[in-house]
Design a binder for this molecule. Structure first.
Ligand SMILES: Nc1nc2c(c(=O)[nH]1)N[C@H]1C(S)=C(S)[C@@H](COP(=O)(O)OP(=O)(O)OC[C@H]3O[C@@H](n4cnc5c(=O)[nH]c(N)nc54)[C@H](O)[C@@H]3O)O[C@H]1N2
Ligand SMILES: Nc1nc2c(c(=O)[nH]1)N[C@H]1C(S)=C(S)[C@@H](COP(=O)(O)OP(=O)(O)OC[C@H]3O[C@@H](n4cnc5c(=O)[nH]c(N)nc54)[C@H](O)[C@@H]3O)O[C@H]1N2
Ligand SMILES: [Mo]
Length: 792
């Protein structure tokens, strides 16, 4: 028998702190927050995401950034057919039906406010502020300084950045590149906002220069998904479209917080629910955005809201593998009870390999044991399996809660195993959905920003351009940091991002960056990454996605690829903050001309002058971009081919079938005084950019240095809510310290804790990585917690 489930009870008994320790119990509400310590105020976890407060918050940010007029005008253009692609996340836009008023979300509006700000960081600002003094500010205040207006240069031994002409900047960069003993002494980092056009010329320059050292933010984000999927389904991307969301019967959301990080996903989820679909949320935290949603684009939605998750499974950190195996064991049991009713035997027979071995492993697993490992009661696991039992249109979505675990690649394959059992991939309403982060991170990879390009990809480039491409695989992020630390990489060029703050082991990474001869950052705004630098440092200011990009008198379009493989155009609308900005493509082309001179077979000037020219050549080098310049201008853009989705054609090495993968359950042994820590995002940040100091949905206000703990753990350790503590990690026999955090009791499994990134990156060892993908395992950090000591 199948019963639909409402487990609100589980949510309601779990509330944030209701006392400050010792004092009489009070119940906080939005008007009467509890002041836990210093500025920190705590209110109850919000029950529904978005709605009116979200709309108000988005306008408040625009006002604060002195950008109300510029910003609101731009908001109406965001994610519209002839407008610009929001740079906040990679969630797709509806193919046909776009809200004429606003296809944006609160966090998209905040991202825009950051870019549309009329505050400026001019050369004069740098004359007045020494680099060292700026480095003493926190990330929030550094980010609020405004948009960069001119190129600046920090000479060897200098204390202040000084103005430099573009010409002179490119000359210096070229001089450094040409002085290196080997091209592999340079590395080229990319963050995920760079357009397809700029990405393509950028990777081409790195290869023409002679290296595959292209670490990128993917190496900290969804590399794990690619590593898990490419060898199994033949493509390192998701297999669903937005339409599939509307049709799905069950959507599982594992280790992802859509309410904050891809808010427009919630419209798709509520549409799925309206069509009768069920949602299962698997997360150590009962995230507001998973539980309920008020659609700001619909009057009815704003007032009433909908309940999202039908079932919430409060998994322990890293307990997902045991949970997934429990679901599989239950499905196999159900199949034994009603043969032919649960598994898709025909699909398993025709499209997969390794089922007998896969099935056999479950002889060794007991449900009770799996439940214990996962932290989720058997009854809830049973309910989840019941929901999957007779349904076939199943989508599994995941985010950083999976990809940043040491066994993340295994878990990606285990999620796929479930879909393979049910034949739930490559059919309507079903498939895998790694929800990407940065708005064009998927496009960056498609454009060959990859430290390990395939032979086939390189052959195609070689054939078209007629020069030898470097074949040796390059450094990813973790390897690049180690190479800088060892003095093997001497020049680092960063196309956007903030490697220092995004990377693990902040102290180690800072040491690595300080050893560079030259650091070059192409950036829109000042960040900490500009303030911890090599011997010399250059900052090159560029346009943001929302800025009007005029080349040779014509307003240009660029293109991006979203999480579902749709390539579409983006046309900025804002007047750039300064006349002295260059677009990223032009920066690369001028750097290439300065560095390679006559040595290069590529006509960089042609690319410099026209994005159409870049697109014409992308079409010749990368499959799926036929007729690029025409199709990119079509309403809604075009889908890239995806054989797993369209033809159920999976991995070539398995004869285009998908293999079942055998994986292990990790053993997480913790000492009595040890805890697991996951690092996560607040509702008020975009990665290393801190919009504000609140995390509204989780009820945290005016403080970021908090640690969420289970109430029982707090009592057991002799702490109380609001206590100030220091956090320690001892991986590789090295003491790492993050001082001064405030304890907040929170509904989180015992022995699990949560803190905000990037404040606790200092605790993540550079050697704590995900197997196979080599990503930092930033959601699996062993820590000890001690009462704060003033000397720490
Ligand atoms: N507004 C805003 N939007 C963003 C970003 C942003 O910073 N701000 N960042 C962008 C980027 S680059 C990315 S990659 C995405 C990130 O989006 P998400 O993937 O949502 O990222 P996180 O907030 O890091 O964490 C996701 C969830 O993992 C859960 N989690 C932690 N450990 C575990 C575990 O062991 N198991 C399970 N099941 N869950 C766990 C946490 O509770 C949290 O809810 O968002 C993108 N969009
Ligand atoms: N502990 C921990 N660490 C993490 C994570 C975590 O969950 N926990 N998440 C990881 C993930 S998923 C990611 S993606 C990385 C993010 O790592 P990054 O991508 O390196 O970091 P961002 O904060 O997104 O980069 C912000 C900077 O990019 C610049 N910028 C913004 N827009 C543009 C643009 O259009 N062009 C250019 N050239 N520059 C621009 C601005 O100067 C801004 O300061 O962090 C990772 N680090
Ligand atoms: Mo990301």
């Amino acid at each position: 028998m199948e019963h639909s489930t409402h487990n609100d009870e589980h949510l309601n008994e779990e509330r944030p702190p209701t006392n400050t320790g010792g004092k009489e119990k009070q119940t906080p509400d939005a008007e009467n927050p509890i002041v836990l310590s210093g500025h920190l105020k705590v209110t109850p976890v919000e029950k529904k995401a978005a709605g009116i407060p979200a709309v108000l918050a988005s306008f408040a940010d625009l006002i604060e950034e002195n950008a109300l007029f510029r910003g609101t005008k731009a908001l109406f253009s965001m994610n519209q057919f002839d407008g610009f692609d929001c740079s906040s996340c990679a969630w797709p836009d509806p193919d046909d039906d776009r809200s004429p008023l606003a296809e944006y979300c609160e966090n998209g509006a905040k991202a825009l406010a950051e870019e549309a700000t009329s505050k400026k960081v001019t050369p004069d600002f740098f004359t007045k502020n020494a680099v060292y003094d700026l480095s003493l500010l926190d990330d929030y205040h550094i980010g609020k300084m405004g948009r960069l207006t001119d190129p600046v240069y920090l000479p060897k031994g200098g204390t202040h950045y000084q103005p430099i002409s573009w010409e002179e900047a490119f000359r210096k960069i070229a001089e450094h590149f040409n002085a290196l003993v080997s091209p592999d002494e340079a590395a080229f980092y990319t963050s995920g906002r760079t357009s397809n056009e700029a990405s393509f010329v950028y990777q081409l320059f790195a290869k023409a220069y002679g290296t595959n050292n292209m670490p990128d933010c993917s190496n900290m984000c969804h590399e794990t998904s690619g590593s898990g999927l490419r060898p199994t389904i033949g493509i390192g991307k998701g297999t669903v479209t937005l339409e599939d969301f509307y049709e799905a019967e069950v959507i599982m959301i594992i280790g992802q917080n859509p309410g904050t990080n891809s808010p427009r996903m919630m419209s798709a989820l509520s549409k799925c629910k309206a069509n009768g679909g069920k949602i299962i949320a698997i997360n150590p935290l009962p995230e507001t955005g998973l539980m309920g949603f008020k659609d700001p684009q619909k009057i009815k939605g704003v007032l009433e809201g909908v309940k999202l998750a039908d079932l919430y499974l409060p998994v322990k950190i890293n307990g997902d593998m045991a949970l997934l195996k429990a679901l599989e064991k239950l499905l196999l049991n159900f199949e034994k009870e009603t043969p032919g009713q649960v598994l898709d035997r025909a699909f398993i027979e025709e499209k997969t390999t390794g089922f007998p071995e896969f099935e056999k492993q479950f002889d060794h697993y007991a449900i009770a044991e799996l439940a214990e490992h996962s932290g989720v009661p058997v009854t809830l696991l049973y309910e989840a399996a019941q929901m999957l039992k007779s349904r076939k249109k199943i989508i599994i979505c995941w985010g950083m809660g999976i990809t940043q675990q040491p066994n993340g690649v295994d878990m990606v394959r285990e999620m796929l195993n479930i879909l393979l059992l049910k034949g739930s991939i490559g059919i309507k309403g079903a498939g895998v959905c790694p929800v990407r982060g940065h708005s064009n991170v998927q496009g960056n990879r498609t454009m060959l920003i990859d430290e390990k390009p395939t032979e086939e990809q390189l052959d195609r480039l070689e054939q078209f351009y007629g020069f030898k491409m470097p074949r040796k695989h390059g450094y990813d992020v973790v390897r690049a940091i180690k190479a800088m630390h060892a003095g093997k990489v001497k020049v680092l060029f960063c196309m956007g991002g903030n490697l220092l703050s995004a990377a693990p082991d902040t102290t180690y990474t800072a040491d690595a960056l300080r050893k560079l001869d030259l650091l070059v950052c192409v950036s829109t705004k000042l960040n900490r990454g500009h303030l911890v630098h090599g011997k010399e440092c250059i900052i090159l200011p560029t346009y943001s996605r929302a800025d009007r990009d005029i080349v040779n008198g014509e307003v240009q379009i660029v293109s991006t690829e979203n999480s579902m493989g749709v390539v579409q155009s983006s046309k900025g609308v804002l007047q750039p903050v300064s006349d002295n900005l260059l677009n990223e493509t032009q920066i690369v082309c001028r750097m290439a001309m300065a560095t390679l001179g006559n040595r290069s077979a590529v006509n960089w000037q042609r690319y410099h002058d026209s994005y159409d020219a870049v697109r014409d050549d992308i079409e010749k080098c990368i499959p799926g971009f036929e007729n690029y310049n025409v199709r990119v201008r079509r309403k809604g853009g075009f889908y890239l081919p995806n054989a797993a989705r369209d033809e159920q054609r999976f991995a070539e090495q398995y004869d285009y079938r998908a293999p079942f993968t055998l994986t292990d359950i990790p053993v997480n042994k913790l000492a009595d005084d040890e805890y697991l820590m996951a690092t996560t995002r607040t509702h008020d940040q975009f990665n290393t950019t801190i919009y504000g100091l609140d995390d509204r949905y989780r009820g945290i206000h005016q403080e970021r240095r908090v640690i969420f703990m289970n109430e029982k753990d707090i009592a057991k350790a002799g702490f109380k809510a609001g206590d100030k503590v220091d956090l320690f990690n001892y991986d590789d026999d090295t003491e790492r310290v993050a001082p001064l955090f405030i304890i907040v009791p929170y509904p989180i499994p015992e022995k699990n804790t949560m803190t905000y990134f990037p404040e606790t990156n200092v605790l993540v060892s550079v050697n704590n990585v995900v197997r196979e993908s080599n990503m930092p395992a930033s959601k699996y950090v062993k820590i000890k917690i001690r009462k704060h000591h003033p000397d720490v």
